[in-house]
Design a protein around this ligand. Sequence first.
Ligand SMILES: NC(=O)c1ccc[n+]([C@@H]2O[C@H](COP(=O)([O-])OP(=O)(O)OC[C@H]3O[C@@H](n4cnc5c(N)ncnc54)[C@H](OP(=O)(O)O)[C@@H]3O)[C@@H](O)[C@H]2O)c1
Length: 250
Amino acid sequence: MKIVVIGGTGLIGSKTVAILRQRGHEVVAASPNTGVNTVTGEGLKQAMAGTQVVIDLANSPSFEDKAVLQFFETSGRNLLAAEAASGVRHHVALSIVGTDRTDNGYFRAKVAQEKLIKASGIPYTIIRSTQFMEFLRGIADSGTNGNIVRIAPGLFQPIAADDVAANVADVALAPPRNRIVEIAGPERAPFNEFVARYLKAVGDPREVVREPEARYFGGRVEEHSLVPLGEARLGRIGFDKWLRRSRAAA
Ligand SMILES: NC(=O)c1ccc[n+]([C@@H]2O[C@H](COP(=O)([O-])OP(=O)(O)OC[C@H]3O[C@@H](n4cnc5c(N)ncnc54)[C@H](OP(=O)(O)O)[C@@H]3O)[C@@H](O)[C@H]2O)c1
């Protein structure tokens, strides 16, 4: 089967491409670097020819509120129009658990992306994932002032990128669900505790302070803002195992 992975050179994209190729599929890793740009439309029509499944794993180069909304809206419109024109049978996209439950600019852009998919008429599956473990350094950096990292105590359930990619590949090879499915890591604990464990494990001397008012991408983090409320498929890689693996790879 021919599968196009938009953002196929990114963190989740490259892992998903490798899994699908290993399973014998013809996979195009599409991104501006490989001549496919969902914002300008460059290379889209050619990439879609003969394609059965499209997996959208692209991310915005800028996380600024306006820029990220513009990215996901423009990219989504161009991509879905190209898919409709060439008869793609399943659109898979990666979104975020809690996108519609917290008020931050990045999450609003993901809601806009989801709306375009639902309205497109193309059979789809939207996978909402919790935060990637690989994202913890960036989260710590964004909450840092001097040697102090302020993080809210709301619940957090990060998932390893390898588990995300395995789930994305499984969903792409199954029939469209025409609904949202959720995935999360195997452990749930306060956000500040995960960040503190991460920094300690990598030998980072910054101190994590529990701060209920600390924002995440500009949004408030309530107790259940970032974790699945209903059924979710859980990743297999626990946080300690992921830390050991990432230290060994460093
Ligand atoms: N971070 C989290 O914790 C989290 C949690 C849940 C869901 N997600 C979602 O997961 C998805 C993948 O994230 P990631 O961290 O794997 O992304 P990433 O590593 O930043 O990769 C982004 C990819 O998007 C491509 N891209 C950028 N602009 C493009 C354009 N105009 N046209 C086509 N492709 C374009 C990039 O291509 P180049 O390499 O050519 O620039 C790259 O392949 C995102 O949609 C994100 O919202 C993230």
